[in-house]
Design a protein around this ligand. Structure first.
Ligand code: PMP
Length: 436
């Protein structure tokens, strides 16, 4: 027909890509997730547990499915299923020591990813600068750019311990003068991620105090990504920057049920903050995704009700999970140290960054290549040894990708058998090296 003829002929020749996507079309996860799927025998790359989510959570989902409330299969309130925003408000009232309104101080999102997207879209304007602390969860940079903002990077700098001890994530610190120098009239927001992915750094009260002081002085917002809030080790405490003087009014707290309840595939996240900020996030959310799966929200609400009841008790998942993960961390630290791949001991999260220097002779460098060495190394390792990890350069901006070429990130939220298999691969590799 006439119509068919036209559609066959009409090839488009105009550029189709919106300008806001320029320079952000390459993505590390697309590449490394595919490499891991193709080659890995043991995957310590992407951040997700390979152990089951807790029974109380999966049982809550089963109950929601079969419990006779067929309305749980329909739309719910756009800004969060009422039972979930209510229990989140109760929980955060406890954590923050202030009254919260579930309808205006909490919003449920499709994972922490969408919470971040709402923040940048709602709060960052063309020409605004957003300070990002390096190394950082990689999506902050493209999200700032898509909003028309300019990312301004400030590094955590390592201070190697003198006495031959292993480095800790606490040895990576901001230089106060350098941080202060990044704040200007153009600064709209700073992104804080504590506990930090990829290093596992848990910012101290002094460090948070410094950031808070600068935010107040320059009237800057704080986007506080706290998805690893419960994963803190060695008796350390996660401090919420929103609880520091002058910060509640200018901070959006971001969380994730995926990380909190070991169910990353559910994609339930949230924001907590003052209505004067959240009202704008609601506008973005309403006009983009509308809401997150009702039934997943219902089950997460029940998970939080359980945790509220058991708060601080030994049976609490938020107490048990970090205990188990700390053991896994220690185990991976030992096996990496044993083969000479020096780990930086993380204070929090389920990630660990390790120094690959002793294994470099197996993976030739290519001078003047566009690709950072650690990325080449991680690709070689998954293809030749079957072990997947993520290069540290993935967590640096383009200009700084070659700053620390000898580190890769492992995820240790894995079954013992998985961690053992990883350790076996590394030991065998080391033996081959010493005997050749
Ligand atoms: N923030 C950080 C620091 C993360 O590491 C991740 C997940 N890797 C997210 C946000 C996204 O979380 P979600 O899966 O809930 O979207």
């Amino acid at each position: 027909t006439h119509f068919l003829f036209h559609s066959l002929q009409a090839k488009m020749s105009r550029p189709v890509q919106a300008r806001r996507l320029e320079g952000i079309d390459k993505n590390i996860w697309v590449e490394f997730v595919k490499l891991a799927a193709t080659y890995s025998k043991v995957n310590l790359g992407q951040g997700f547990p390979d152990f089951p989510a807790p029974d109380f959570l999966t049982e809550a989902l089963t109950r929601a499915l079969g419990g006779g409330n067929h309305m749980l299969h329909q739309y719910t309130r756009a800004f969060g299923h009422p039972p979930l925003v209510k229990v989140l408000a109760q929980f955060f009232e406890k954590l923050l020591g202030r009254d919260l309104d579930p309808m205006t101080n909490v919003m449920v999102t499709v994972g922490a990813y969408q919470a971040l997207f709402c923040c940048f879209q709602a709060l960052v304007d063309e020409g605004d600068e957003v300070i990002i602390i390096e190394p950082f969860f990689d999506c902050y940079e493209p999200m700032v750019k898509m909003a028309g903002g300019t990312p301004v990077f400030v590094p955590l700098r390592p201070n190697p311990p003198k006495d031959g001890k292993l480095m800790s994530s606490a040895d990576w610190q901001l230089d106060p003068a350098e941080l202060a120098s990044k704040f200007s009239e153009k600064t709209k927001a700073i992104v804080l991620n504590s506990p930090n992915n990829p290093l596992g750094k848990v910012f101290s009260r002094e460090e948070l105090g410094l950031i808070a002081e600068l935010c107040v002085k320059h009237d800057v917002l704080c986007i506080s990504d706290e998805v690893y809030e419960w994963l803190v080790y060695d008796g350390k405490q996660h401090i919420r920057i929103a609880s520091l003087q002058g910060m509640w009014d200018r901070t959006v707290i971001i969380g994730s049920a995926g990380k909190t309840f070991s169910a990353t595939g559910w994609k339930v996240g949230w924001v907590v903050g003052p209505d004067r900020l959240l009202q704008h996030l609601r506008t973005v959310h309403q006009n983009s995704v509308y809401h997150c799966a009702t039934i997943a929200q219902e089950a997460v609400a029940q998970g939080f009700q359980r945790e509220l009841m058991l708060y601080g008790k030994p049976e609490s998942y938020f107490v048990q999970l970090p205990k188990e993960l700390q053991q896994k961390r220690d185990w991976l630290v030992q096996s990496l140290d044993g083969v000479g791949m020096k780990p930086i001991i993380p204070e929090g999260t389920y990630f660990l960054v390790a120094d690959i220097s002793p294994f470099k002779s197996d993976v030739p460098d290519v001078p003047n290549s566009d690709e950072p060495y650690d990325s080449r190394f991680a690709k070689w390792m998954v293809k030749n040894k079957g072990l997947a990890a993520i290069p540290l350069s993935a967590f640096y901006s383009e200009a700084h990708k070659n700053n620390y070429p000898n580190f890769i990130r492992f995820c240790f939220a894995k079954e013992e058998a998985t961690l053992k298999a990883a350790s076996d691969i590394l030991q065998k590799w080391k033996q081959e090296k010493t005997s050749s």
